[in-house]
Design a binder for this molecule. Sequence first.
Ligand code: ADP
Ligand code: GLC
Length: 517
Amino acid sequence: MRILFVASEGLPFSKTGGLADVVEALPKALVAQGHEVAVVLPRYRGTKTTAVVIPSLTIPMGGTRLRFPAIADGTQLNGVRYYFVDDPGYFDRDGLYVGSSGEYADNAERYTEFCRAAIEVAKHVWPADVFHCHDWQTALVPVLLRTSYGDDPLVKDLPVVFTIHNMGYHGLFPPSVLESAGIPRSLFHPGGIEFFGKVNLLKGGLVFSDYLTTVSRKYAEEIQTVEYGHGLDGVARSRSDRLVGILNGVDYSEWDPAKDKLIAAKYSVKDLGGKQVCKQDLLGLFGLSQEHLGRPVIGIVSRFADQKGFDLIAEKAHELMREELVLVALGTGERKYEDFFRALAAAYPGRVGLKIAYDNVIAHKIEAGADMFLMPSRYEPSGLNQMYSLKYGTVPIVRATGGLDDSIEPFDVEHGTGTGFKFKEYTGEALLFAVRQALHHYMDERIWKRIQLNGMAKDFSWKGPAAEYAKLYEAARAARGAGEATQSSGRAPQGSGQVSRAARQAARNQKPAATSN
Ligand code: ADP
Ligand code: GLC
């Protein structure tokens, strides 16, 4: 099968979060299973390309405005072909989505152009069997295929699988972007992309795609509830027969202490010795005393955003620091959390190590050198760091939500089973309780090693998830081949994913085994 990925970021070219890890690793895993995969990304500042495939595309924006991006062909990496939408005015900037004065004001235009250009890649450069789109920045691909491109025999019936990596980011814009970005006005109604008087691009992806996925089974259930749906739970429910949860995998060629070139010493299940060397190195890197070698070090690597649950740490910070522990944190993001961590480091000098930075090498060193890894997320679609932690024998302490719940089993001292510590209630008290449980078990070397080895033995490679996606691509092709799901009138598929009973039945029969509902 020929699968065309469209994403706003992907390693090794661009990254702000886990999406980029997925957009690198999943195509690789699909190629290993015999598929052909190409990835379309924006050409951001610093992306090196080797050739020009289309020197100038004509992309209609609003009114009579046109833009002329090029399509650059970067390279083939690990068997995956990369294409870049090259429009320096839009993409050659300091940040991906955000500049020094906040979110770029023209984000709707930037990513509308990007989606149109990606469709042109499928038309003229790399004919695909299926599109795989990711998050709001690419949501206009399915929308435009069934509207602006609805009469285009080359692409109008191309199936689309759309992955929601984070329901909290909608791509929400004032209605004026319909005009400025050239989005068909006929879509602006509650069954289309309108959301309380605004344009909601993510909603377009939810409504118009053939299949929806999200990055864990638990999150696929959660987004259908008011608590986790960010206002789109109704739309998610209306498409529940086409919504599948597939937990992300780990790229073990990047994240494995037995092979990791970025850490101070390698180690594995057979010999954990190197982990202590990594701990020494980590303490040194954060300017902390080697006297802490015998004490538990808790690591954090994160975007500093509301999603990640740092308000719980803030609530119990002083009680937490009353325990015998050392905290090491790496992150950047919202000012209030950066300030909180700075204040904490100032209040507990020598016991809290902090780097306000985005640094992949330090991220690896924390995974390797810490004893525990803390992710108290308010919500977490999948989460990757907790799975990296398992491989590094760094015991995760997580809130039982989304992918954290799906990937971490609570330790059971009686049976010696389980890989970490979990808490359910979103309260500081529950967080504190889970941390204390972990600290308690850390005291017993034999028990602690059991927990570490349980985690290190887990296999979260991309092999299984990639096979599940491949089944889903087939299901999307079959569903569209049957003339199902969407229509090309600029209206949503019969009321936000409500399809005919016969079509639903057909889809159900084709639904792959790995579903969440
Ligand atoms: P999210 O995508 O919500 O940020 P994930 O757990 O899926 O969360 O992925 C986060 C990814 O970004 C991981 O690969 C993690 O190591 C990396 N990361 C996050 N913050 C930083 C940072 N400050 N420095 C280096 N890497 C980071
Ligand atoms: C999002 C989510 C995170 C997930 C990542 C990759 O950024 O917040 O949980 O792991 O996407 O799917």
